[in-house]
Design a protein around this ligand. Structure first.
Ligand code: ZN
Length: 197
């Protein structure tokens, strides 16, 4: 959905999934409009362009309320502040074992796939990542550009391609992986940093 009235709100709200039954988000979309245009979320400015914007606050309020929708899809908000300033973020429910901090499970840089990677809590909100090949990334911290906005709900850049490296070890070898939702075919040819210890 879009809203483009001059000097008021300029945003696009969408869903980061290949397929979605509209019924599963209809109620939340209704709430989004309510929070954005009829009711002001606490801590949100009356000014449409001040961060956190009304659309930003409305997304959190509407889509965290119905947790089920966020396990199926992320909610993307693209906001235009000026011609040079466009913000694009995704909001999603996180689950340590499947969606750590709301993100895609990272690839193991040794296997170059993510489906073999399992995550579990380490200490202090950190995670240990283990791949079936034997590689492990220990005590991985929440990436810097991921913001927790509500219990178990996170906002991060969309598309997600974070600078934070994940240090993986397999035997004596160390490789650095990344948090990204960009398909490998679109990522260019930059190889993973390799560092032998
Ligand atoms: Zn692996």
């Amino acid at each position: 959905m879009t809203c483009c009235r001059p000097n008021t709100v300029r945003f696009v709200l969408g869903f980061s999934t290949a397929s979605l039954f509209p019924e599963t988000v209809a109620h939340q979309c209704q709430n989004f409009f309510y929070y954005c245009f009829l009711w002001i979320s606490p801590g949100t400015s009356l000014d449409f362009d001040t961060h956190p914007t009304r659309a930003y606050g409305a997304r959190s309020a509407a889509f965290a309320w119905a947790n089920a929708s966020n396990s199926a899809t992320g909610v993307v908000l693209i906001e235009k502040f000026t011609n040079d300033h466009i913000s694009s973020t995704e909001f999603r429910k996180g689950a340590p074992s499947t969606r750590p901090w709301g993100l895609f499970m990272p690839e193991c840089p040794f296997c170059r796939v993510s489906h073999q990677v399992k995550a579990q809590h380490a200490n202090n909100q950190r995670l240990n990542l283990d791949c079936d090949c034997g590689a492990r990334a220990s005590s991985v911290r929440q990436p810097a550009r991921v913001e927790q906005v509500m219990a178990n709900h996170y906002v991060y850049p969309f598309p997600c391609d974070l600078e934070d490296g994940i240090t993986w070890k397999l035997g004596m070898q160390t490789l650095t992986g990344r948090w990204t939702s960009t398909p490998r075919s679109l990522r260019g040819s930059a190889p993973h940093k390799t560092d032998r210890t």
